[in-house]
Design a protein around this ligand. Structure first.
Ligand code: PLP
Length: 393
């Protein structure tokens, strides 16, 4: 894939660093007023100079300049030709799957986000698109799951909530040899820490609700891919309607500007917390690819520039201790979602991943998931330490 960037100086924006592009690509000062921030184009329609002519925009389901700015910036950051933004991450996933036809087949990771599995298993399966969950850390198992009708390998790395790391380059090769595409959910890593397109992914999907927006104040999704696929997705989006509103695009673009600095801090804080939990006898297991003892560590070092802000662990004392712990923290809010500046804690088995209970994707009921925020690390460590004492004591 080639980059198709423009930047305010009119020079080759691919030459610019990640955070420079996050702040500038698609975000030229407004030509009429000089406003340095892309305006919220809160309009449903656009006046046309003559019948059959328009200035680039006709109706806001089809396109909106605030959305265009976000799309151009995201495409640049993912190293993709184009991006299409949606009303949510699941709306983006729905559009990707609607590119297929009844009879097509998807091989997905066996610990994808619960909502992704629910959509595959309870929505698209009804329309004749079957999915097979498989442990994608086992490339032989992935190859064995292929059918002649397999169109997508659907990978999520690091995965939600077990933080498994998948070998994107190997999966892309495996898919391409069999005429399929690799779809990579890059929500947890973000393009700052991992570049799936450069590793061979054909489609990158995001819940921009998470780190891209970064402030827990907006729900959104995005797909980054080649121009032709983006055109097909934009057609579907216009035909079906899952568009993000201009204010949501504005908030997401504002968050995106600081993605790099936030991810650095999320990673530093998460590393300190994972190390503390790993050394704590009140904790039975820690999942964090930044820990040298983690099974995904070497792969993460090779394909990511940092392990990110998500940590999951299993306290001693089982599911009851996990529940008590989540109700005892003060700074870590008990809440679903992730990727905001504030720290969150949850029990995936009964919260974000409740929809996978009784399916092949079931997560351990004593697993606690942390979305480590950017607060002062000593405060976060003290909060967890106190909650662990109360929960396991
Ligand atoms: N992908 C991952 C990895 C997620 O964690 C989520 C939501 O938690 C989604 C996709 C779905 O995104 P949204 O909630 O924006 O629809």
């Amino acid at each position: 894939m080639t980059d198709h960037l423009t930047d305010p100086a009119g020079s080759d924006a691919t030459a610019h660093g990640f955070t420079t592009r996050a702040i500038h690509v698609g975000q030229e000062p407004d030509p009429r007023t000089g406003a340095v921030i892309v305006p919220i184009y809160q309009t449903s329609t656009f006046a046309q100079p003559a019948v059959g002519q328009h200035l680039g925009y006709e109706y806001a389901r089809t396109g909106n300049p605030t959305r265009t700015a976000l799309q151009e910036c995201l495409a640049s950051l993912e190293g993709a030709e184009a991006a299409v933004c949606f009303a949510s991450g699941l709306a983006a996933e729905d559009a990707i799957i609607r590119l297929l036809a009844p009879g097509d087949h998807i091989v997905c990771a066996n610990d994808v986000y619960g909502g992704t599995w629910r959509q595959l298993d309870q929505v698209h399966a009804r329309f004749g698109i079957e999915s097979t969950p498989v442990d994608m850390t086992d490339l032989d198992a992935v190859a064995a799951a292929f059918r002649p009708t397999t169109r997508y390998l659907w990978a999520e790395t690091p995965s939600n909530p077990l933080l498994k790391v998948l070998d994107l380059a190997a999966l892309a090769e495996l898919a391409h040899e069999r005429g399929a595409w690799l779809v990579a959910d890059n929500t947890f890593a973000t393009p700052y820490l991992q570049q799936p397109v450069a590793l061979g992914a054909d489609i990158v999907v995001h819940s921009t609700t998470k780190y891209i927006g970064g402030h827990s104040d907006v729900v959104g999704g995005a797909v980054c891919t080649d121009e032709r696929t983006a055109t097909d997705l934009a057609f579907l989006q216009n035909a079906v309607g899952a568009v993000p509103g201009p204010f949501d695009n504005f908030l997401t673009l504002r968050g995106l500007k600081t993605l790099g600095v936030r991810m650095d801090r999320h990673t530093t804080n998460a590393t300190a917390i994972a190390e503390m939990l790993d050394a704590d006898p009140r904790v039975a297991a820690v999942h964090y690819p930044g820990l040298p003892s983690d099974p995904g560590h070497e792969l993460a070092r090779a394909q990511m520039s940092g392990a990110g802000g998500m940590v999951s662990f299993r306290p001693v004392g089982g599911a009851e201790a996990a529940t008590r712990l989540c109700e005892r923290t003060e700074l870590f809010f008990l809440a679903e979602s992730l990727g905001g500046v504030e720290s969150l804690i949850e029990v995936p088995g009964t919260m974000t991943h409740a929809s996978v209970a009784g399916t092949p994707l079931e997560v351990p009921d004593d697993l606690v998931r942390l979305s480590v925020g950017i607060e002062d690390i000593d405060d976060l460590l003290a909060d967890l330490d106190a909650a662990l004492g109360a929960a396991t004591g």
